[in-house]
Structure formats: structure tokens, C-alpha cells
Design a binder for this molecule. Structure first.
Ligand code: HPA
Ligand code: ZN
Length: 349
């Protein structure tokens, strides 16, 4: 294995996808400080490293919601979209499906059309500059309940029919925020509406809750992917089923250490166990700027924690491509690109 690290590491340049990245969680520290000043939000501390320490998912969500509250207008969303894509592309992202979670902005009186148009503007500029492509997943925020989810699904569909700017960038719906005590089945109406409109479906499940919630997301909500999904391993039948059916899990090991406090060390994370069980466990960043992470660093960290070879990491990157919601031709093109790059970057043995 190559001893190179950081920018010289082959995994940095390897073409990668990220299917579990919250666009709000990519906000640069400098942008946090500037938007707080611009929009009159007082940060509890000027030392962000102090703020970005979490003892549980709920303690993280307090910080995530504070960062979200800094996004006040269309220009802020455009800046966020631009910086998210540029920063990810700098670490080898070639394609992403990024979440945005607008519930609290809508509640505060922002318009979904402005949020999406802003994100679209920033992402389009970044795409032109970098060649990376980013599509969006509109996430329901469980802290706002099933009625807000249904209202969001319905607005998405109305704006789509109206041809509102940027709506074609939204490829699916998901669900995030607090998991504990929430039965995913309560969100069935929002998911059914999204499905009827041709949107793809995923959900954060099994980050802090039991395997039955993953099963409910699959069977009741019709999810085609599961975000995190760690607790799948507690249920052998479900593990076998998800492996046999090739249902992707968008796993974020570093996040699970730092945000959910699921394990103390990356080496204790069940990622390798998930892969060994035949699960399509892809590798993703979650909230990179809020965990001092990037996609290249996540690939290197996982390689080093589990002693994976370069070829193992290429296989993981390939599973990421298969797990996207791209069409078959687009997937083939990305696979070709990955194969060629892997050949070039293959470290000396
Ligand atoms: N889990 C739930 N909600 C979130 C997360 C997460 O990992 N990141 C941002 N919102
Ligand atoms: Zn997440």
C-alpha cells in the first residue's frame, strides 16, 4: 500500500461519489462566521472547533440547526451550493446526490422556490468550474413531523409542474434529523406522494434506532436506499435480504464516531463487517465541514482503519456509482472513468 497521504494519496484523486452529504453540513467555517454577521445571528462561541464537538446525534442536531439558521436568502443558498460542490470536487468528487432539509426555513417564511433556485445557481456555477455534478435530495425533517413532510412533498410536486428553476436537479426525497421515538411508517403519505411524482426514496434509519425501523423504511415507505443503516447487522434476516437484493446503505463511518458516538474508534466501526456480510455499504461524508472531514480523508481513514488495499477502495467507489440514481448509461460512464483512473493511480507494490 502506498505510504502517501493527503493530497498525494491516490485515494484523493480517485473519482468518487458522495450519496450522503448534507449541503448545510458542508458550510465552510469562514462562511459560518460571515453569514452569522450578515444575518445577525449570534454564535455561542467564535471558536468553531469548540462548537463542533458532539456527544450524541441530538447534541449534533442543535449545532446543525444553528448552522442551518444562517441561511436567510437565495444568495446564501447559492453560496452554500457553490462552495459545497467546489470543496467536494477538490477531494475527488465527480458526482453527488446531496441532501437539503428546508423544514425550518419554510417555517421561518422562506420560499422553497428560492431555496432550490439558489442552490441550483451555486451548484451550476461550480459544475462548470469543476466538471463535478451534484443533484439534490429533499429531506423531510422528522423534528417537524409527518404533516410538514407531506406539505413539503406536495410543494415539490407543484413547483416541478410549474417548471420552477432548479427543480429538475431534485432526484428524490429522504428523511433525517432525530430518529429516536419516531416510527418511520408515520411518513408514508409523504413518501407515497413523492413516489407517484417519480421521485426516488431514501431515509436515514438505523443510525441510532433498531433494525425494525430500517425494515419499515423499506417495506412501508418503499425506500430504495438506507442512509447509515448501522443496526441492520442486528437482524440476520434483514442483513441477508439487503445483501441479496443489493439495497445500498450510505454509510458515514467518521460521522458515526463523531456525531452519533456509535463507537469510539473508527477501527471499531461495523463498516468492514457490513461489507463482509455482502451489504452494499457505500462510503460517504454526512456533514464534512462540521466534522473537519472531506471525501478523500474519509476514504483514507477507512482504508487505514481496516487495512484495505487500493483495490478494495476502488470496489467501494464502484459500489457508490451503482448506488446512485443515475441512469445506466451515466453509471457506465462513471465506471469507465473510475476504472481508467484506478489503473493510472494504482500504487506501486
Ligand atoms: N443524522 C440525522 N440528521 C442529520 C444528520 C445525520 O447524520 N446530518 C444532518 N442531519
Ligand atoms: Zn446524514
Amino acid at each position: 500500500m502506498s505510504a502517501a497521504t493527503g493530497p498525494d494519496d491516490p485515494l484523493e484523486l480517485l473519482p468518487k461519489v458522495d450519496l450522503h452529504c448534507h449541503v448545510e453540513g458542508t458550510m465552510r467555517p469562514a462562511t459560518v462566521v460571515e453569514l452569522a454577521a450578515k444575518n445577525g445571528v449570534e454564535l455561542p462561541t467564535s471558536d468553531l472547533s469548540e462548537l463542533y464537538r458532539y456527544t450524541s446525534l441530538d447534541s449534533f442536531l442543535e449545532v446543525f440547526w444553528l448552522v442551518q439558521s444562517l441561511l436567510a436568502d437565495r444568495d446564501d443558498w447559492a453560496r452554500l451550493g457553490y462552495e459545497a460542490a467546489v470543496d467536494s470536487a477538490a477531494h475527488g468528487l465527480v458526482y453527488g446526490e446531496f441532501f437539503f432539509t428546508p423544514a425550518r426555513h419554510l417555517e421561518a417564511g422562506q420560499f422553497l422556490a428560492d431555496i432550490v433556485a439558489g442552490l441550483d445557481e451555486g451548484l451550476a456555477t461550480a459544475e462548470q468550474e469543476t466538471g463535478a455534478q451534484v443533484r439534490l435530495i429533499a429531506d423531510f425533517d422528522r423534528a417537524h413531523g409527518p404533516d410538514a413532510a407531506l406539505a413539503l412533498a406536495s410543494q415539490l410536486i407543484d413547483l416541478r409542474h410549474a417548471g420552477s428553476t432548479g427543480m429538475d436537479r431534485i432526484v428524490g426525497v429522504g428523511m433525517d434529523s432525530t430518529e429516536a421515538g419516531v416510527n418511520p411508517a408515520h411518513y408514508v403519505a409523504a413518501y407515497e406522494l413523492a413516489d407517484r411524482a417519480g421521485l426516488r426514496r431514501t431515509a436515514h434509519q438505523g443510525e441510532t434506532t433498531q433494525a425494525w425501523t430500517i425494515e419499515a423504511a423499506l417495506d412501508v415507505l418503499g425506500c430504495e436506499r438506507i442512509d447509515h443503516g448501522l443496526s441492520v447487522l442486528d437482524d440476520l434476516d434483514l442483513t441477508r435480504r439487503m445483501a441479496a437484493d443489493g439495497i445500498p446503505l450510505t454509510v458515514c463511518p467518521t460521522s458515526n464516531v463523531l456525531i452519533a458516538n456509535h463507537v469510539e474508534l473508527l477501527a471499531d466501526h461495523p463498516y468492514a463487517e457490513m461489507r463482509d456480510a455482502g451489504l452494499m455499504a457505500t462510503l460517504n461524508t454526512d456533514d464534512p465541514a462540521l466534522t473537519q472531514l472531506d471525501l478523500g480523508a474519509e476514504y483514507r481513514a477507512v482504508r487505514d482503519a481496516f487495512g484495505y488495499e487500493f483495490a478494495d477502495m476502488v470496489a467501494i467507489a464502484g459500489d457508490g456509482i451503482d448506488a446512485t440514481w443515475l441512469d445506466d448509461d451515466e453509471k457506465r460512464r462513471l465506471h469507465t472513468r473510475l476504472r481508467e483512473a484506478a489503473h493510472e493511480l494504482q500504487p506501486d507494490r
